[in-house]
Design a protein around this ligand. Structure first.
Ligand SMILES: Cc1ncc(C[n+]2csc(CCOP(=O)(O)OP(=O)(O)O)c2C)c(N)n1
Length: 520
């Protein structure tokens, strides 16, 4: 199974009643597995996509309030969107078990940043599990639901791209029944008015010692004895790379494997007592290296901070080998004839015809700025189009165009996809309508969430009504079909709306070529 699939199966087997998620690489396959699972359908596990990560998290919290087990999945940047609900859920606690799975993307294979979710674990004071392989991914989810109900807190599971997207054999255990409906009886913990919130926050701090004790006894944290005074702390997936390297070079260094946080204090003390030089291998930020720095005097700590390991990007067995002073395996290097190629828009993609029509106008101008968003259309930043100038976070195109318009830019243009619009563009459009901004918002509606593989989009078939409901003047709510044969007509409509001194929305609707192909 893929690591993502192992997590999904673990959740089905541990009695979830629902999974809530918004797609995002490398987390998407978790929910897709549950959606396609016959077993999950038979036992009525709820698994439709949510409109964004915040709505997903809150729905999962509601299911937990009602006493059932729920899982919520997202990519790392999705947790920024859900952070308000997430951080506060550490204060409320849970009723039915709640597991949050976050898939990080070190090296940014398909993301805007490589933030490390373990930081959110520390920030929220919640337990976090970081499986090292596919079997542990399956086991950790099951363990996570029990831990969540034991300590009455959400539990985070952090995975990274390589674990999510690589396969291994997973042994399955017997299934657990879903929880009965039993709505929360202790209301005070859920009403975060200051007098309750202060008590709940103190309770969260008080339980930290217990969380450390659980982590010290966790099946996912252990010392593996070895020879000599050079030890390795291996966190999550990095444990795999460390083991692979030590096996390849026939070495037997002592290892402290950590896959369960908060840090297991007593194991660290025991390990540091026997080692003088310690390499800390973390797949992500040097979070624990920073925490442990100077903690044990007279011991040398090496890792990403002192340059023994690269400060950014994924680890590999070769990188670990180099940090241990070994010569990496040259035969495993990518041959030079293999060159990196950026992705590009599919042949026949509707975004292509939209960019051609936009460029016909924009290329006449000395200065051109197009605020864009996250989705396949972000590839319009690349040649031959070079149409868009920004791609920051989901929804930012509309609000950035609004701010630039406030500063005097005209035309101030936003390009956003249909799924991104419903994810977090709607509120920005309402801001622009309320402020009567001169902005042109092009919703490039291909009827799907294409970039992540064609999942259902939240507002398909209803975008016009949504825009009218938000107060867009119907005279400036135009529709175009981005096709070569409609080029002249589309240029004319775009030009008219670029010149308009108010909010205009252009719906550029044509089905994604990939989903169309699949249907045919
Ligand atoms: C907060 C956040 N959640 C999820 C993602 C992953 N993601 C990237 S683009 C995208 C949606 C793309 O759909 P749409 O806007 O309809 O554009 P399309 O790819 O179909 O052109 C998603 C879910 C992300 N980058 N950031």
């Amino acid at each position: 199974m893929l690591g993502a699939e192992a997590i999904a199966l673990g959740a089905i087997d541990e009695g979830i009643s629902g999974v809530y998620a918004y797609p995002g690489t490398p987390s998407t396959e978790i929910t897709e597995f549950i959606q396609k699972s016959k077993e999950a359908t038979e036992i009525k596990i709820r698994s439709q996509w949510s409109v964004n990560e915040k709505t997903a998290y809150e729905a999962a919290l509601g299911m937990s309030y009602a006493g059932k087990r729920s899982m919520v999945c997202m990519k790392h940047v999705g947790l920024n969107v859900a952070a308000d609900a997430f951080i506060n859920s550490a204060i409320t606690g849970i009723n039915g078990g709640l597991v949050l799975v976050v898939a990080d993307d070190p090296s940014m294979h398909s993301s805007q940043n490589e933030q490390d979710t373990r930081f959110y674990g520390k920030f929220s004071f919640l337990p976090l599990l970081e499986p090292s392989n596919q079997q542990e991914a399956y086991d950790c989810v099951r363990y996570g639901f029990n831990l969540s109900e034991q300590v009455k807190l959400p539990v985070i599971i952090r995975i990274t791209t390589r674990l999510s997207h690589s396969r291994s054999i997973v042994l399955r255990q017997t299934m657990t029944e879903q929880n009965e409906y039993r709505a929360e009886t202790d209301q005070s913990k859920w009403i975060l008015l200051p007098h309750n919130a202060r008590k709940r926050y103190s309770a969260l701090l008080d339980i930290q010692k217990k969380l450390v004790a659980i982590s010290e006894a966790s099946p996912y944290n252990r010392i593996e004895k070895g020879e000599g005074k050079n030890g390795i702390i291996a966190c999550g997936l990095a444990y795999n790379y460390v083991k692979e390297t030590l096996n390849a070079y026939n070495l037997n260094y002592p290892i402290l494997k950590i896959s369960h946080y908060p840090l297991p204090d007593s194991l660290l003390r025991e390990f540091f007592a026997t080692c003088d030089n310690i390499l800390i291998a973390e797949e992500g930020y040097p979070i624990y290296e920073e925490l442990l720095h100077g903690y044990f005097k007279n011991k040398k700590l090496k890792g990403r901070l002192d340059g023994s390991l690269p400060r950014t990007g994924e680890l590999t067995p070769d990188i670990i080998a180099r940090a241990l002073g070994l010569k990496p395996n040259e035969s495993a290097k990518t041959p030079e004839i293999v060159v990196g190629r950026p992705p590009e828009l599919c042949t026949g993609c509707s975004h292509r015809d939209l960019f051609d029509a936009m460029n016909a106008i924009l290329n006449e101008q000395s200065e051109k700025h197009v605020f864009s968003d996250i989705g396949c259309y972000a590839l319009g930043a690349l040649p031959p189009y070079n149409t868009i100038n920004t791609c920051v976070d989901m929804g930012a195109s509309i609000t950035m165009a609004k701010g630039a318009s406030d500063a005097g830019m005209h035309p101030s243009i936003a390009v956003i996809g249909d799924s991104t619009f419903t994810h977090s563009g709607i509120t920005g459009l309402l801001d622009a309508v309320n402020d009567k901004n001169a902005v042109t918002i092009i919703i490039s509606d291909n009827g799907t969430t294409a970039m992540t593989g064609g999942q259902k989009s939240g507002g398909t078939g209803r975008l016009k009504e949504i825009c009218i409901g938000l107060g867009v003047d119907p005279k400036h709510l135009r529709s175009i079909v981005p096709l070569k044969k409609d080029f002249e007509k589309n240029v004319k409509i775009l030009r008219e709306e670029f010149n308009y001194q108010g909010v205009s929305v252009i719906l550029a609707c044509r089905e994604c070529i990939q989903t169309l192909k699949q249907k045919k």
